[in-house]
Design a protein around this ligand. Structure first.
Ligand SMILES: Cc1ncc(COP(=O)(O)O)c(C=O)c1O
Length: 412
């Protein structure tokens, strides 16, 4: 065997060695006091993102590929096709357009692309921070919009949507968030979409399914969705780096020349990909390779159903355990979401979120601050590469931390 051949044979081992070396040195440098994490190596992210991903997904990124490489071009084609398939729609009607950057880049790209200037006008249905961010985007871009607010602990009200559309039929887009990740509320996107198209058949319907796509089913045809966005580092568990829009092709083809942004133009991005198979600007090659592995693992787990089952079980364990510890959820029991849960701060003079967070972090467990406006909360995500045993660990560490902080259990 030649030296080159033997080197290549060793590559998988080298990759594994390097990864383990990196992980253990990271641990030595950053968390010498870490007492526990379920693999004994890294932090577990109980967050809305960035999320924990598998080692095999990360390993898949350890390879360089040129953007014009036929392997990379076919990878992009494969991923675009897979995304449409996961969305449960046909490539005859829909297309997937990847966008470099985080989820907000895709949200902003939709507003740029789908609203014709100067006649576009958006109705944004919001019940939390991510809906409000859509309003901020429109404000920044100078797009006329109405931000219709609903309570943070309730769903968007379809009857109210109907009333607005009856009163003002001038909207050219209605936008809503599927899982409002600031609270965990799942909005009735199918009912909203049907209402929109009943009153305004030509109005574009845009769903931000950032934190739900791949784990909370949406029937895109029934919901009459024109644009849906999500990001690789959410329920499909890729490494962060790009987001994507799943778009009704017929709609997208009418959007040529709409965008006031060169980068955030979904029509141009689509056109480039269709004509050459390549991105217009430097693509996230490593991230896309990792995403291929993530899709493979998603399929092995049983697609949306399999992934949803694991997340539901994570949430069930969390919910039961936190209830025993006395923590109260921000949302009422009518909300059945299983992506993220907001918990109210306990009413104990010794509770301080910063300390609570830091003590859990020292144990290798990362939770997240709250994002609702009308209550002091923290959030625990149930998505990403997290399993029931991770939630048992989290619960026993929360109990331990409460004791260390002299917080009376069960909390009030
Ligand atoms: C519903 C929703 N929309 C938009 C975003 C923004 O995504 P990013 O932070 O990746 O830009 C998020 C992030 O968690 C989200 O949950």
């Amino acid at each position: 065997m030649s030296v080159v051949q033997s080197c290549f044979r060793r590559i998988p081992y080298l990759v594994r060695d390097i990864d383990v070396f990196r992980i253990s040195s990271f641990r030595l440098l950053s968390s010498t006091s870490a007492k526990f994490s379920s693999h004994g190596q890294e932090k577990k992210l109980f967050t809305p993102g960035p999320l924990s991903v598998s080692l095999t997904v990360r390993q898949a990124a350890l390879r360089d590929l040129g953007s014009r490489d036929v392997e990379f071009i076919s990878t992009v084609k494969f991923l675009r096709s897979k995304l449409v398939q996961i969305a449960g729609v046909s490539e005859d009607d829909f297309t997937a357009v990847p966008v470099q950057g985080s989820g907000t880049f895709a949200v902003e790209a939709v507003f740029h692309t789908a609203l014709p200037k100067p006649k576009g006008k958006a109705l944004i249905l919001e019940n939390g921070a991510y809906g409000k961010r859509m309003g901020k985007i429109c404000e920044t871009l100078g797009i006329p919009f109405r931000l219709e607010g609903f309570a943070e602990n309730s769903m968007v009200d379809v009857n109210k949507v109907e009333q607005i559309l009856r009163e003002d039929p001038s909207f050219t887009m209605v936008a809503v968030v599927h899982c409002e990740t600031s609270s965990g509320v799942i909005n009735p996107v199918e009912e909203v979409g049907q209402m929109v198209k009943k009153h305004l058949p030509n109005c574009v319907y845009f769903v931000d399914a950032m934190s739900s796509f791949g784990a909370v089913p949406i029937d895109l045809e029934r919901a009459k969705v024109d644009f849906l966005v999500s990001s690789v580092n959410k329920c499909l568990q890729g490494i962060p780096g790009f987001s994507y829009a799943i778009v009704k092709t017929e709609q997208l083809l009418q959007c040529k020349g709409n965008s006031g942004s060169l980068c955030l133009d979904l029509y141009d991005q689509y056109d480039g990909l269709e004509k050459t198979g390549q991105f217009r600007f430097t693509p996230p090659t490593h991230c896309m390779l990792a995403f291929c592995q993530a899709i493979k693992e998603f399929e092995e787990e049983g697609d949306i159903v399999g992934r949803a089952n694991r997340y539901k079980e994570n949430r069930r364990i969390l919910q039961e355990g936190m209830k025993k510890l006395g923590f109260e959820e921000f949302l009422g029991p009518e909300h059945k979401g299983y992506i993220i849960t907001s918990y109210k701060f306990p009413n104990d003079p010794n509770f301080d979120f910063k300390t609570f967070y830091s003590k859990l972090n020292e144990k290798g467990l990362v939770i997240y601050p709250g994002k609702v406006l009308n209550a002091d909360c923290f959030r625990i995500g149930t998505i990403g590469q997290l399993f029931p045993e991770d939630f048992h660990t989290l619960l026993s560490c929360i109990k331990e931390v409460c004791k260390e902080m002299n917080i009376k259990l069960p909390v009030s």
